[in-house]
Design a protein around this ligand. Structure first.
Ligand code: DQA
Length: 152
């Protein structure tokens, strides 16, 4: 059984998880989320590489570099969700199955959060489950990738 390689990218301000607006985002830190993801990945026979940046260009570069290296991408673009055509284009360009992840449910918040610029490039979206959103998204993505490679 070969191992699936997943890239997990978190965008602006997510390095502050744990301290950032805990009533919305909870008290789990990004490091704790990454540790939980690595454990969940192991159970799923996958590996996960986790990165965070506050800079759109870093994220676009990492998506481009994922070509030929990673089988799937989890991305929480933070506020860039609502603005970044560059991230949308990068996901379309590499055509790697990608899941949009959010701790909160952006649709239930301010109206400016209701538009996602990246959603149309993604296979799916997991939002509103707090820190669990990342793990749920990983499970959904890995299952979908296995289905794709094992369906005759
Ligand atoms: C977020 C939702 C975004 O609207 C916000 O800008 C974030 C976090 C989430 O995970 O709930 O930074 O992506």
């Amino acid at each position: 059984m070969s191992t699936l390689s997943i890239l997990c990218i978190s965008g602006p301000n997510l390095q502050l998880l744990g301290a950032r607006e805990p009533s919305i985002y909870g008290t789990t830190t990004l490091d704790e989320i990454h540790t939980a993801l690595a454990a969940a990945a192991q159970v799923l026979s996958a590996t996960v590489t986790c990165r965070q940046s506050n800079h759109e260009g870093d994220i676009v570069t990492w998506i481009g570099e994922a070509l030929g290296k990673h089988d799937g991408i989890l991305i929480n673009p933070g506020a860039l969700t609502h603005t970044s055509i560059a991230i949308y284009d990068a996901i379309k360009a590499v055509a790697i199955p990608t899941i949009e992840v959010h701790l909160s449910n952006p649709d239930a918040r301010e109206s400016f959060r209701r538009r996602s610029r990246v959603a149309a490039a993604c296979m799916g979206r997991v939002a509103g489950f707090g820190d669990e959103s990342y793990r749920l998204a990983l499970e959904g993505l890995v299952r979908a990738l296995w289905r794709k490679t094992h369906t005759p």
